[in-house]
Design a protein around this ligand. Structure first.
Ligand SMILES: Cc1ncc(COP(=O)(O)O)c(C=O)c1O
Length: 413
C-alpha cells in the first residue's frame, strides 16, 4: 500500500470519515495522526512523540502492541479463525472458565460480545428477562455506551435526537443512597453503575456506598449490574475496582482492556441464578463476532498478564509516584486544581472551571501527553496511562502537567 503523508491522511479523513471530528481536534490543538506506536507511546505522522494517558479508556492497559499479546495472536492465527458463533467452542469455554476463576463472588457464566455497549445491552436484557420487571436505574452523568439499552441509561446530550427510546429507564445522582432507596421498587429489574464513573469525572464513592447499594437491591430483588469496562482489570491497583468495596455484583460487564488493544472482545459475566433465564432460552441472544476464537486466544493471554501480582504491584508503585507529584501540583496551583481523584492509575483532576478541561487537553497535547477531559464534567481532566507505564514516563507526564498548569495560570490572569 502506498504511504500517505499526514496531509493526505487528514484530507481523506475530512472528506470520507468526519469533517466535524477533524475540526474539533484542530480546535483542540490535537491534529495528531497516530503512526508508530509502542508501549505507552505513540508517534504522530509528523514524528512528534506522545505518552498516551487516554489509553482509550483502558484498551491500552498493556500499552500499544504488547509483545506477548501479539505473540498469542500470531500463534492463534496459525490454527484458528473467528469460529462460528452458533456452534460450540473450546476457546469460548476456556476463556469463560478463566473469567469464572477471576471474577468476584459466585459469578460463573459469560456471554461474549464485541463492544462494551453490546455487553451492557445484554446485561440489561438478562436482568429484565430474569426478573420480568421493566425498571432500570443508572447514575446521572454515568456512561455505559451508545447502543440501544446502554444509550437509554445515559445522558440526554447523547440520546436527545434518537427518541423514542426504550421506556423504563431512570437516573439517580451517583453516591446518593437516599435517592437510590427511593427509586428502587419491586418494579426495578436492575441498578447499573460503573464502580468509578469515568465519564462523570472519576468520581470515587466512599467505602460504605456499594455495600449499601447491594443491600438496597437485595431488599427489592433487583439485579446489581457493575460496569467495569474502564475501572476493571487492574486499573485501580486491584484486579476489580469493586473488590475494594467487598461487594459481588450479579452481573459484571467488561470490555476495552480485554482486547489487549489487538482484538475486540467484551464480556457479560453473571451468577448462576441468572443463568436460569438462559437455560430456558439458550439462543435468545447471539453475536456473530462476539467471543470470536481468535479474540478468545488474545484475551486469555491478556488476563494472564493483567492478573499477575507483579503487574498489580507495578500499578500501585506507579500510582504512588503520581500521587506524590499530584500533591505538588495541587500545592503549586491551589486555585486551579481543586481536587485530585485517584484510585491506582485511574486519575481525575478536578479544576475550578469547565473550560479548563478543554484548555488543559490542548496544553497537554502541546507538551507531549494525550489525555482528555471528562465528557460529562469538562472541569475534570482524566489521566489514565497504560498500566505498564514506567517511572520515567510518569515523571514525564508530571512534568507536562506542571508546564501545562503554568500555562493555564496565564490564561486565567
Ligand atoms: C464504562 C463504560 N461502559 C461501556 C462503554 C461502552 O463501550 P464500547 O464503546 O466498547 O461500546 C464504555 C465506553 O467508553 C465505558 O466507558
Amino acid at each position: 500500500m502506498e504511504t500517505w503523508t499526514k496531509a493526505q491522511a487528514l484530507k481523506a479523513f475530512e472528506e470520507f470519515v468526519s469533517p466535524g471530528k477533524l475540526k474539533t481536534y484542530q480546535m483542540l490543538g490535537m491534529e495528531i495522526v497516530p503512526a508508530r506506536r509502542e508501549g505507552s507511546r505513540l508517534w504522530d505522522k509528523d514524528g512528534k512523540s506522545y505518552i498516551n494517558c487516554r489509553s482509550s479508556g483502558g484498551v491500552f492497559n498493556l500499552g500499544h502492541r504488547p509483545p506477548e499479546i501479539l505473540a498469542a495472536l500470531t500463534r492463534a492465527l496459525e490454527t484458528l479463525d473467528l469460529g462460528d458463533h452458533l456452534l460450540l467452542s473450546e476457546w469460548r469455554a476456556r476463556l469463560a472458565k478463566r473469567l469464572a476463576e477471576l471474577t468476584p463472588g459466585d459469578i460463573q457464566y459469560t456471554t461474549f460480545g464485541v463492544g462494551g455497549g453490546e455487553a451492557v445491552d445484554l446485561a440489561i436484557k438478562l436482568a429484565r428477562g430474569y426478573t420480568r420487571r421493566p425498571g432500570i436505574i443508572s447514575a446521572i452523568g454515568g456512561y455505559h455506551g451508545h447502543t440501544g439499552f446502554a444509550l437509554a441509561t445515559g445522558e440526554d446530550s447523547f440520546k436527545e435526537y434518537f427518541g423514542p427510546l426504550a421506556p423504563g429507564f431512570s437516573q439517580v445522582p451517583f453516591g446518593d443512597l437516599e435517592a437510590l432507596e427511593e427509586a428502587v421498587t419491586e418494579e426495578t429489574a436492575a441498578v447499573i453503575f460503573e464502580t468509578i464513573p469515568a465519564t462523570l469525572g472519576i468520581v470515587i464513592p466512599p467505602d460504605d456506598y456499594f455495600p449499601a447499594v447491594r443491600k438496597i437491591c437485595d431488599a427489592q430483588g433487583a439485579v446489581l449490574i457493575i460496569d467495569e469496562v474502564q475501572a476493571g482489570l487492574g486499573r485501580t491497583g486491584r484486579f476489580w475496582a469493586i473488590d475494594e468495596y467487598q461487594v459481588a455484583p450479579d452481573i459484571l460487564v467488561l470490555g476495552k482492556g480485554l482486547s489487549g488493544a489487538l482484538y475486540p472482545m467484551s464480556a457479560t459475566c453473571y451468577r448462576p441464578r441468572l443463568q436460569s433465564f438462559f437455560d430456558q432460552h439458550p439462543f435468545v441472544h447471539v453475536s456473530t463476532y462476539g467471543g470470536s476464537e481468535l479474540g478468545c486466544a488474545v484475551t486469555l493471554a491478556v488476563l494472564d498478564r493483567l492478573s499477575s501480582p507483579e503487574l498489580l504491584g507495578h500499578v500501585n508503585t506507579m500510582a504512588e509516584i503520581f500521587a506524590k507529584g499530584l500533591i505538588r501540583l495541587q500545592l503549586n496551583h491551589p486555585r486551579l486544581l481543586i481536587e485530585v481523584r485517584q484510585k491506582g492509575l485511574m486519575i481525575g483532576l478536578k479544576m475550578c472551571e469547565d473550560r479548563l478541561g478543554i484548555l488543559l487537553t490542548s496544553q497537554l497535547a502541546q507538551n507531549g501527553v494525550i489525555a482528555m477531559f471528562a465528557h460529562n464534567d469538562p472541569s475534570v481532566m482524566i489521566i489514565m496511562p497504560p498500566l505498564i507505564v514506567t517511572a520515567e514516563e510518569v515523571e514525564e507526564v508530571l512534568a507536562a502537567l506542571a508546564k501545562s498548569f503554568q500555562a493555564l495560570e496565564g490564561f486565567l490572569r
